[in-house]
Design a protein around this ligand. Sequence first.
Ligand code: DC
Length: 232
Amino acid sequence: MKKITIAIDGFSSTGKSTVAKQLAAYLGYVYVDSGAMYRAITLFALKRNLIGNDYLHRDELIKQLHEIQLHFEFNPTTKTAEIHLNGTNVETEIRSMQVSDKVSQIAEIPEVRKKLVELQQHFGKNKGVVMDGRDIGTVVFPDAELKIFMTADAKERALRRYLEFKEQGKDISFESIYENVMQRDHIDTTRADSPLTKAHDAIEIDNTHTNREDQFHILLQLAKDRIAGRVS
Ligand code: DC
């Protein structure tokens, strides 16, 4: 059967990765979480003290980029392709608030984006891939057969993240999460290099009031149509 490329972009905490994983599992496609790659570089920068509360040693980070090796490995227990930074699984570490607070600053650096876009294009070269991020339909795979742009009300997105952290036993205030969501939206949409924008041929889905199950079925139908060569 014909394999396509599915690009899912949108604001943070709109559930992109959940639906991307569901689609990939159903279709037997590879799932690539491009945000995890920006987060892993942020973790690298934090560990080497290249970024902190009031500094970013941007030129030094750029010099050290060639020392960063990233790859994904499928974990059969979590049923997820987990990210490895220089051989170590950092899938959990990259989800901390410390990384979330800094990642947009790292993702603004053109040299970082260039390195990751090349790697992402390599991962998707054989099609049969579902990739989620901010610039997948606009920059990484401008020819993707199916492009989705996901949005949801910012308060609702912060609430989802808050409940996720609570479920993991992490005590983080709703206010700080809301602030982080708003700040990331701002940096992601206003940065000079590859800002978050809806590709002209992307289908916009606002899931403020849609449950995950319904959303999955909407996207699956769109994917099936594209695989069959039907453009709706
Ligand atoms: O999807 P996420 O929240 O894990 O992404 C983390 C950050 O990485 C996000 O604030 C913006 C950045 N990012 C990006 O600039 N381009 C991508 N393709 C994916 C993520």
